[in-house]
Design a protein around this ligand. Structure first.
Ligand SMILES: C[C@H](N)C(=O)N[C@@H](CCCCN)C(=O)O
Length: 653
């Protein structure tokens, strides 16, 4: 019997250090770029909100579809190691292309601070995004599976810990980059004119991707590398095709039934291949209901009403999830799961995933309850048979307005009657009414003509300063804004003579009165769900896959994510229920239904040890003892050469 003693530290192969650092840098690169992507679309390419979010979601969905390609390349052609290297190069080129596309000076011939040739910037950034999607998605199933390959059979406990640490690194990278890149974007830079520094915000993720590649290559000599066994995907497709055809040919009841429909490939294909396909199909079948979890998970941003929680901005709110993950993964791994085990309960991976789904459903129930509270604080909006009217009096005395036949409004000088706008809970908006006798310029707003109003403009929470200008005259005023509120500012004709003192503020809609802390349970529940579902799913996909299809099953797992993202896009297009809380409850109920279906499917699933099944099939095929020994010897020789090359110690016992 052969046992390989690879270079180890505390029972873990040293090579996984390079893999987790590589993952940290790669996720920093990916999430850092994503954190500023929509801002780049909106404020650099000047796309409208709809186009920016659609392209963003399409990009994210593509990133979770390309893993299939990466897995096929790895398992059928190049092997995981080379696939990771080649696709990381593509990824790094994509990040650099993306960073270059954000340099406005390249096309800013008239030096006014904005690009002159948008087509150039759009084309370059789309090329960059396609390369990034190919790279990030392509390597994703390979890195996790390659990490798993570094462990030997007796290291199953360490293997599970590895997947948890792997997930921690993903979230540490995501956390740091989501904090840093928006700050980098807010800097000013440029060759001829100063602009928001998108090149830096996209450039740092590009550098991190190059570092990720260098770290991975640095570990080359230590990895356990498994070569692909020919074009396995093509063999799998042909074998499945043959089984279906053969089954169809023998559909008459005179032919004896076979245990599994794949057994109809027995006539032509190797029993081992058939057994491996059965293992993969069993797991893929189990994955069918899983996209529903990701549909809810990827909508979590929309259940976060209070963007100002912890005093942060919406950009930085994305950091709450990785912070909670970094806290919850060790708590679950070291405390909760061992405690459950001590109580004699069998908390198997599929049970954990089911409970994870239920946690996500509870997060949506909690969101619905908060929404009901929020709705109570909102003003009454006109029903479909009513309308609302807003009248602003910029005249110098109180006015009596009659609306025929018999309604009367009494409006004081610079007063307002009724408000009409409805807006989301986490925004603050304000508008200005110009009662001055000439055009006015207000900071960050277009100029307003006399007696005209601006549209509602979104402003950030807290104290904000405004400067009003007309020619040489100007004055400045500050106001404090609360979340969810809406204001109208009435500017009288005396505005410059009393230094902005006479500006009247009307509160159209009150700031939020529902406490921000009510959002904490939602975050907690959805992240607990993620830890139970996502980390376990990653481990499960690795442990249940045959050796030559590890990447393929990882890709299958990631595909559940892609389908979830596509469902989010479809749901957004189909429209919404009239009541937000009802929509949350609908999603929660759907996930509960799906988790019940999943638990039934899980009940009938038998956990396997792929290596054991493979050995058994080989034995049945009569490969043992001579042929199997021959195969083993060939493998030993191959591995020995590889180990000698890598300078890794090998002992025969
Ligand atoms: C940052 C996030 N909590 C995370 O861990 N993401 C993972 C899994 C992605 C699935 C979510 N759509 C990652 O690999 O980035």
């Amino acid at each position: 019997m052969l046992v390989y003693l690879t270079a180890e530290c505390c029972g873990y192969p040293i090579s996984i250090f390079f893999i987790v650092v590589n993952e940290f840098c790669e996720r920093f690169s990916y999430y850092g770029m994503r954190a500023v992507l929509v801002l780049y679309f909106r404020y650099f390419l000047l796309w409208d909100d709809d186009l920016a979010t659609s392209i963003y979601h399409a990009f994210v969905a593509l990133c979770y579809l390309t893993p299939i390609l990466g897995a096929i390349i790895a398992d059928s052609w190049l092997g995981k190691f080379k696939t990771i290297i080649y696709l990381s190069i593509v990824y790094a080129i994509g990040q650099v292309t993306m960073a270059i596309s954000t340099i406005h000076d390249i096309t800013d011939a008239n030096r006014d601070g904005t690009p002159d040739n948008f087509t150039f910037h759009i084309a370059l950034s789309m090329l960059g995004l396609i390369l990034i999607a190919l790279g990030t998605g392509g390597i994703k199933p390979c890195v996790a599976a390659f990490g798993g390959d570094q462990f030997q059979e007796h290291q199953s406990r360490q293997l599970n810990t590895f997947f948890s640490v792997f997930y921690l690194c993903i979230n540490a990278g995501s956390l740091l980059s989501t904090l840093i890149t928006p700050v980098l974007r807010a800097q000013e830079c440029g060759i001829h004119t100063q602009q928001q520094c998108y090149p830096l915000a996209f450039g740092v993720p590009a550098v991190l991707m190059v570092i990720s590649l260098v770290v991975f290559i640095a570990g080359s000599g230590m990895y356990v590398k498994t070569d692909p066994e020919g074009n396995i995907m093509w063999s799998v497709c042909k074998c499945i095709g043959f089984a279906i055809k053969n089954r169809f040919r023998h559909r008459s009841s005179s032919y004896p039934k076979r245990e599994h429909w794949m057994d109809w490939a027995n006539e032509k294909y190797d029993k081992l291949l058939i057994a491996q396909i059965k293992m993969v199909l069993k797991v893929l079948f189990l994955y069918i209901p899983l996209p529903m979890f990701w549909t809810l998970f990827d909508q979590k941003v929309s259940i976060c009403h209070f963007s100002g929680l912890l005093g942060g901005l919406p950009d930085q709110m994305q950091t709450v999830n990785p912070i909670l993950i970094l806290t919850l993964v060790p708590i679950m791994d070291r405390l909760i799961f061992p405690l459950i085990q001590k109580c004699g309960l069998n908390f198997s991976p599929l049970k954990r995933m089911t409970v994870g789904m239920l946690f996500a459903a509870m997060a949506f129930v909690s969101a619905a309850l908060v929404q009901i509270e929020i709705d109570k604080t909102l003003p009454n909006f006109p029903s479909s048979s009513e309308s609302q009217l807003k009248v602003v009096n910029t005249y110098s005395t109180t006015l009596n307005v009659t609306i025929s036949p018999n309604e009367h409004l009494l409006i004081e000088s610079f007063g307002v009657q009724l408000h009409t706008s409805k807006h989301t809970y986490s925004t603050i908006s304000c508008m200005f009414v110009n009662g001055y006798t000439a055009d006015l310029n207000i900071t960050n707003l277009d100029s307003i003509e006399p007696s005209a109003t601006t549209n509602y403009t979104l402003v950030n929470q807290g104290k904000r300063d405004f400067v009003l200008r007309h020619g040489e005259q100007w004055c400045e005023f500050s106001r404090k804004f609360g979340f969810g509120a809406s204001y109208t500012f009435l500017i009288p004709s005396t505005v410059f003579s009393d230094d902005c003192e006479s500006i009247t503020e009307v509160e159209d809609m009150k700031p939020n009165s529902v406490h921000m802390a009510l959002q904490i349970p939602q975050y907690f529940l959805i992240t607990t769900g993620e830890v139970m579902f996502s980390v376990t799913g990653l481990q499960f996909s690795y442990s249940q896959a045959p050796k030559n299809m590890k990447s393929v099953l990882q890709a299958g797992w990631l595909c559940t994510n892609a389908v979830g993202n596509i469902i989010v896009l479809i749901v957004a297009e189909l429209g919404k229920l009239p009541k937000q809380w009802a929509e949350y409850l609908l999603f929660a109920s759907l996930l509960v239904a799906v988790s019940i279906i999943f638990s039934i499917m899980a009940y009938f699933y038998t956990y396997i040890d792929p290596a054991e099944i493979e050995a058994q099939v080989r034995k049945e095929q009569g490969l043992e003892p001579e042929e199997m020994e021959k195969e083993t010897l060939e493998m030993e020789e191959k591995d020995e050469d590889q180990k000698n090359e890598q300078g890794v110690k090998q002992t025969k016992i």
